[in-house]
Design a protein around this ligand. Structure first.
Ligand SMILES: Cc1ncc(COP(=O)(O)O)c(C=O)c1O
Length: 341
């Protein structure tokens, strides 16, 4: 039986959150002499610590309440916060699949938490029996599931994820950084069904705001309250909140860019099929394609020498490169470069 209070780190359970000046006074008009700010300038005031405008907009479009929404300084901040809220360093464990997004491992190491990695099968799907047995044995406090998965690009079977959600007393974090590019539904529609689910999304990919560092966590109000308690008070700058709000107000631009990226993926897939050294194009529901290619290391270095930077994933999946979808022109340059090799 999932019991939230029993899996929270005792120091976080006992923590009294910092209350900022802007938490105590809610109005936006007045003479503000409460936060030791500078009265001059245009960026002189602290940002809204609760990001209420942005949260309300996200809640409305996702049919959830703003109490279900957390904004982080990128979703990487949420990954780290989850470790700090739930895992006692040197004692508790976390779980994920491999290969997957590298920050789960890095954040686990920073927090001195053992991350158990269960290998995905040859189709990069979950081996459910193995996963459930490992989870049952190790009782991880956190389970990270990246879908669509980075670097493989595929979504993970819904029924497998559901079995994991139902069979653990820990928190399941479904990382949907690439969900906008996928035909599979987001888990957001089922958020209310699971008391132990956190869904991560980000403005860094489909919304083109990687530089603004806006990550979103959707969960129960109880888990969102814990994230709020543990975050630095002003974790998202006013400039970045504004950039995210502008993006949500410009749906046409988002849709146009999304279509261009999906068309660019088709352009690359078609061209890759004509290149003999490319042995496999992994099906992708993300804004990148993983390819298996002869002499990946050499190809990677040759492309770098031509100022075309890809991601060499050969250390985790033999002879593979992960290639982000660029603009039409960038994709053409890449194709031409690959043809010369
Ligand atoms: C699966 C996944 N999650 C999270 C992130 C980080 O997102 P953010 O820019 O919101 O920190 C990335 C970035 O590449 C990613 O691939």
């Amino acid at each position: 039986m999932f019991n939230l209070n029993s899996i929270i780190r005792p120091n976080i359970l006992a923590l009294k959150a910092y209350s900022s000046a802007r938490d105590e006074y809610k109005g936006s008009e007045g003479i503000f002499l409460d936060a030791n700010e500078n009265p001059y300038g245009s960026l002189n005031r602290y940002p809204d610590p609760n990001q209420l405008t942005l949260k309300s907009m996200l809640a409305e479009r996702s049919a959830v309440k703003k109490e279900n929404v957390f904004i982080g300084n990128g979703s990487d901040e949420l990954i780290d916060l989850a470790f700090r809220i739930f895992c006692i360093p040197g004692k508790d464990k976390a779980f994920t699949f491999s290969p997957t997004y590298g920050m789960y491992n890095v954040s686990a190491a920073i927090n001195d938490v053992e991350l158990i990695e269960s290998p995905l099968d040859s189709e990069f799907q979950i081996n459910l029996n193995l996963a459930l047995a490992t989870i049952n044995k190790n009782k991880p406090k956190l389970i990270f599931i990246c879908s669509p998965n980075n670097p493989t690009g595929n979504t993970l079977r819904i029924s497998d994820i559901e079995s994991i959600l139902n069979s653990t007393n820990g928190i399941v974090i479904i990382d949907e950084a690439y969900i906008d590019f996928s035909n599979s539904p987001s888990w957001l529609t089922r958020l209310n069904k699971f008391p132990n689910l956190i869904i991560l999304q980000t403005f860094s990919k489909a919304r083109g705001l990687a530089s603004a560092r806006i990550g979103i966590g959707y969960s129960t109000p109880e888990i969102i309250a814990l994230l709020n308690k543990a975050k630095p008070p002003y974790n998202v700058s006013q400039l970045n909140q504004k950039a995210a709000i502008q993006s949500l107000n410009n749906e046409a631009q988002y849709q146009t860019n999304l279509k261009l990226i999906i068309a660019g993926k088709k352009q690359l897939e078609l061209a890759f099929r004509q290149i003999r050294s490319i042995k496999k194009i992994y099906p992708s529901e993300a804004n990148f394609i993983l390819i298996k290619i002869d002499n990946a290391e050499l190809v990677y270095n040759s492309l770098c020498n031509m100022n075309i930077i890809t991601r060499n994933r050969s250390a985790i999946i033999a002879n593979t490169l992960r290639i982000s979808i660029g603009s039409k022109e960038e994709n053409e340059e890449l194709i031409n470069a690959l043809k010369t090799l």
